[in-house]
Write a protein that binds this ligand. Structure first.
Ligand code: ZN
Length: 279
């Protein structure tokens, strides 16, 4: 089964994560398939807008930390950063190499896609799933969608793409991280993290209506506008801020590896869920 589907609907390319049996948990196979799909959409002159979707009930449960197709120890041809492969390296060297490429690097690469991107989010959008929604320019959420970054439970200060204090006010970001609580779509709308909240059965119609509207604008105008806003965000410290937090993130992984079962503090999807349910 293909882990990412690609289709064209007029001027809109639809890139769909397709591991619904694992709530679209993102392994490296999916990461590189997403990259290929985005590349294809950028190269196609007929495509004006890109929609990122998740098959099934949930947008994304985050990075794959426990499915049978977890492929963290597999080499892929690197696309995002000029760094050596993580395979065959040990400890922090391996983690830093891998996460620089497949998490921070890939997300930054996708944020710079020179065409407007819209995340169409239903159900869970957790941790690594947030990164995928956040790199998109707009987010349309259904009323059953929720957002969470529970990795503080692993002793880690947020996911690798640390955009939190730019995606929501800093005080809200702290609450979001400190509690690991689910932020419902309505609340995400209130704090400015999503553009629209619509009924679940209208999610697709509303998202594509928005995409079609944007698609009527000139290509270069859209690309320059995107660059303008992204540059403004970076002038507000987003790029440099994420670099500095990436160091803290890896300090946390290393501390976990030194003092517990592994770099995730021995947590897996099961124990994360149990901890969340118990709180
Ligand atoms: Zn990490």
């Amino acid at each position: 089964m293909t882990v990412v589907r690609y289709e064209r609907r007029g001027p809109v390319a639809v890139v769909t994560m397709n591991r619904p049996e694992y709530r679209n948990a993102q392994n490296s196979a999916m990461t590189y398939a997403l990259d290929e799909a985005f590349y294809r959409a950028v190269a196609d002159d007929e495509v004006k807008v890109i929609v990122l979707a998740g098959e099934g009930r949930h947008f994304s449960a985050g990075h794959d930390i426990g499915t049978p197709e977890r492929d963290a120890h597999v080499s892929f041809e690197r696309k995002a950063v000029l760094w050596w492969d993580h395979v065959g390296k040990e400890g922090a060297e391996s983690r830093f190499a891998r996460e620089s490429e497949v998490y921070l690097g890939m997300c930054r690469r996708w944020r710079e896609i020179p065409k407007p991107t819209i995340a169409m989010v239903q159900g869970a959008c957790i941790a690594g799933g947030l990164m995928l929604a956040w790199v998109c320019d707009l987010i349309v959420a259904s009323d059953d969608a929720f957002f969470a970054d529970p990795v503080v439970r692993m002793g880690i200060p947020g996911v690798e793409y640390f955009a939190h204090p730019w995606m929501m006010p800093p005080r809200i970001a702290k609450e979001f991280l400190y509690t690991g609580d689910r932020m419902p779509a309505r609340r995400a709308y209130e704090v400015g993290m999503v553009n629209r909240v619509v009924a679940r059965d209208e999610l697709e119609t509303e998202t594509f209506a928005l995409a079609e509207k944007i698609a009527a604008m000139p290509r270069l105008g859209l690309a320059l506008t995107k660059k303008a806003v992204n540059q403004a965000e970076d002038l507000q410290g987003m790029h440099a801020g994420m670099d500095s937090v990436f160091g803290l993130h890896h300090l946390a992984h290393a501390h976990n590896a030194e003092t517990s079962a592994d770099s995730l503090a021995g947590m897996d999807p099961k124990s994360m869920k149990a901890a969340a349910d118990g709180s």
